[in-house]
Design a protein around this ligand. Structure first.
Ligand code: F6R
Length: 241
């Protein structure tokens, strides 16, 4: 496990953006992307770098870590729509360069399973960008998620639904109740992980994930057992280490 502490969030974003460009664009490996405020800043920088000095994006293949079930894929709150807006549009990616959980009339668990099978058939994710929640969640794997979980469906916690309500002015009755996510086992099978955390709100989760013995109450603590994970932190996120 590598822990890199940089002074500012801007430095963290720059390092993560270059990791994305190197692995996804230059090496052309299947790259998993989290969505959220942390990674949004990274993708904005990737887009800005592309705008300034366009690089070859033809080999990029990216896939979602998670998504909501029960909102249209083109709704701006959906992770798929955010990946389209933050990466596909600015980098001019073709739709076949995006691999996303497909809504079909099956149960969310069937969608999650089909998505994992699809990723496996493509050779599996080779590198994954991860954000971390203040409760140390990864994807939609909240505290208590079994370490051995494959891709699966989750009931969305109330705070996530309220966040969607506030941020995207979604009517309460139209809020999704379910999500699909790669599981902790799925994440552990990816050969290279980059966890990005910035700001004091992440300091406790970072500390617990790195210093508490692996424990299902702290989902990201499983990463201590991963052979090739880099934690990229700014001084605030690292402030309790
Ligand atoms: C979303 C995801 C989430 C976020 C986490 C941190 O695809 O994977 O686990 O990474 O909730 O979100 P932000 O960056 O908004 O604090």
């Amino acid at each position: 496990m590598k822990i890199e502490i940089l002074q500012t969030a801007a430095q963290v974003n720059a390092k993560a953006a270059w990791h994305f460009i190197r692995r996804a664009a230059f090496d052309g490996v299947l790259t998993g992307v989290a969505t959220g405020d942390t990674t949004r800043a990274v993708y904005a920088l990737v887009a800005a770098l592309y705008e300034t000095a366009p690089f070859d994006t033809s080999k990029i293949r990216i896939c979602a870590l998670d998504d909501y079930a029960g909102i249209e894929g083109d709704h701006p709150a959906s992770c798929s729509a955010r990946i389209r807006a933050q990466l596909q549009v600015p980098l001019h990616l073709r739709s076949e360069q995006l691999i996303l959980p497909e809504a079909f009339p099956g149960t969310p668990d069937a969608v999650a399973q089909a998505y994992e099978e699809r990723l496996t058939s493509l050779g599996g994710i080779q590198t994954q960008l991860l954000g971390i929640g203040a409760d140390a969640h990864l994807g939609f794997c909240r505290p208590g998620t079994p370490f051995c979980s494959p891709a699966h469906a989750v009931q969305l916690p109330e705070d996530t639904r309220q966040m969607l309500h506030r941020k995207y002015t979604l009517e309460i009755k139209k809020l999704p109740r379910c999500g699909v996510t790669l599981g902790l086992k799925s994440i552990m099978q990816i050969p290279e992980l980059l966890v990005i955390a910035t700001g004091t709100a992440k300091a406790r989760a970072v500390y617990d994930s790195l210093h508490h013995a692996p424990d299902e109450r702290i989902p990201a603590s499983i990463l201590q057992l991963h052979p090739n994970v880099t934690w990229l932190l700014d001084a605030e996120a690292a402030s309790l280490l």
